[in-house]
Design a protein around this ligand. Structure first.
Ligand code: GLP
Length: 257
């Protein structure tokens, strides 16, 4: 995949990402090796998961050697709640493929607050023990967040409890039936773990993301634009639809595509 790919619509972009992931999963299986995927939530990756489920069902791709680590979870949040990222992942992906339950890792939003730091250290240790993340899938929030790393965030931030930005709370309120019901905190992988992934694929669809995507790709690296740290990653691919890419300068798209 090229560093910036622009598709006519999100369906085409989602299928391209799913094919790319499926290729990695298949290759590792042929090598009899596990593969570690870092997974994202939100509306952005839904089409990718749909296509992976289709490939599993129609083309027989197995995920039984796949290990997954999700980026984040709201706090507080019971995993069984329909608004949890745990529920989201099972609903959109895990319930429909053959990934072993013990290989699935999602930050636990039901912990007592004083247990969170130890949990976060364990989460990072588990990623390292699994061999590190081979491919990290990302979306981008309107604040420029990746995972729930809201601005300002440092490059060496670790997995931790964070406060959500008011814009993020406003965006999430749709899923929670109003701002007053929306969590104001979350547990997220930090920028440093995301940047350690061997490969990163970040997707963006629609006009609402165009301005922040332009900043993340074309502005200087800045703690106020968390996704701008990706500029220093050796293997990052932006997969966009036309609307999300609309504000990029022609040079950016042309040079990199
Ligand atoms: C959520 C998630 C992010 C996601 C972002 C964008 O808050 N924690 O991982 O990338 O917001 O959401 P959406 O894909 O719905 O636009």
């Amino acid at each position: 995949m090229r560093p910036i790919q622009v598709f006519d619509d999100k369906m085409e972009g989602s299928k391209a990402i799913a094919r790319h992931i499926a290729h990695l999963v298949k290759r590792r299986r042929e090598e009899h090796k596990p593969v570690v995927l870092g997974l994202a939530t939100g509306s952005t990756p839904i089409g990718v998961y749909e296509e992976l489920v289709r490939i599993h069902k129609n083309e027989g791709l197995s995920f039984d050697h796949v290990v997954t680590f999700n980026l984040d979870e709201y706090y507080p949040m019971r995993p069984s709640s329909q608004q949890s990222y745990s529920w989201f992942m099972h609903h959109h992906l895990f319930n429909h493929i053959d990934v072993p339950a013990q290989n699935i890792h999602i930050p636990d939003g039901a912990l007592a607050k004083n247990h969170i730091p130890a949990f976060c250290r364990g989460y990072e240790a588990a990623i390292k023990n699994a061999g590190g993340i081979d491919l990290q899938l990302l979306g981008i929030g309107r604040t420029g967040h990746i995972g729930f790393n809201e601005p300002p965030v440092s490059a060496d931030s670790i997995t931790r409890l964070v406060s959500l930005h008011p814009i993020t709370i406003e965006d999430a309120a749709r899923d929670f039936g109003g701002i007053s019901f929306t969590p104001t905190e979350a547990i997220t992988m930090g920028i440093s773990m995301i940047m350690q992934a061997r490969e990163i694929v970040i997707a963006g669809w629609g006009p609402n993301k165009a301005a922040i995507i332009k900043k993340a790709i074309e502005a200087n690296i800045d703690e106020q634009i968390p996704a701008s740290y990706l500029q220093t990653h050796p293997s990052v691919k932006w997969v966009l639809d036309k609307e999300a890419a609309a504000e990029l300068s022609e040079m950016t798209v042309h040079t990199d595509a």
